[in-house]
Design a binder for this molecule. Structure first.
Ligand SMILES: [Zn+2]
Length: 244
């Protein structure tokens, strides 16, 4: 009888060991899913390229960098995802360099931060854009770039969802701040990105009243908080069919 039970005991032991291993692998997979998330924040312009300059002298490049740094800090402290800035200082960076950085890091999502500019002072508040359409036509290039169209097109629904979450969170934080909507645009700067990507303009720098507000630390922090909430909402909910 002992000779019969021994192999049985060994088999049960193996079953238990296998079950324990499966649980451990499952836990490791969950941890890995969080670790795999790589967020790229892209402060618009930089260096020689100031972006828009407000009537009071505030530059788009400096506000965007500050917002991106604040957002990164919030993500680092509260979500713990790996977060990178395409530029952490005032330097020029080509659109191709920005895209290559994010693609090489296999970023999970890409947020380009800019500020709105309109000749009409009535335009105010938040606008969010996600890439759609034929990039090569929008760029006015003679050579078609169908592979770029195809690359970003695979992420269109997820990019749209990310744009929606950022828009929702910013409006919730600034309900009276003005709403310039969510729009699909053939955004050439985002065309080469192989991940969900959006361009967000949390405020309009050309509007004098908003430029004044953007000079305030607390307003900038609240804008960064709105962006943070949008990222958090997006990563928690995701989109069916594609891991965000
Ligand atoms: Zn810009």
């Amino acid at each position: 009888m002992r000779s019969l039970f021994r192999p049985m005991g060994g088999f049960f032991f193996q079953c238990i060991l296998a079950a324990v291993l499966m649980v451990l692998v499952g836990l490791a997979a969950d941890v890995k899913a969080v670790d795999d998330t790589v967020i790229f924040l892209d402060p618009g312009h930089g260096g020689e390229d100031t972006g828009i300059v407000g009537g009071g002298g505030l530059t788009e490049k400096s506000v965007c960098l500050d917002l991106a740094k604040r957002l990164k800090q919030k993500i680092d402290e509260r979500l713990g995802y790996r977060t990178y800035l395409t530029r952490g200082e005032d330097k020029s960076l080509s659109l191709d360099e920005r895209a290559a950085l994010a693609n090489n890091h296999r970023a999970t999502l890409f947020i380009s931060i800019h500020l709105g500019a309109f000749p009409d002072q009535r335009y105010r508040g938040v606008g969010v854009f996600y890439p759609a359409g034929r990039f090569h036509e929008a760029a006015g290039r003679p050579q078609p770039l169908p592979e770029w169209d195809a690359l970003q097109a695979t992420h269109r629904e997820t990019s749209k969802a990310l744009a929606g979450k950022l828009h929702h969170a910013l409006l919730r934080r600034f309900p009276d701040g003005g709403d310039l909507g969510v729009h699909a645009l053939p955004l050439y700067p985002l065309a080469a990105l192989n991940m969900p990507a959006v361009l967000v303009e949390p405020a309009v720098l050309s509007r004098a009243a908003e430029e004044e507000k953007l000079g305030s630390e607390s307003v900038r922090d609240a804008l960064a908080e709105g962006l943070f909430e949008g990222v958090d909402l997006f990563l928690k909910n995701g989109v069916a069919g594609e891991r965000p």
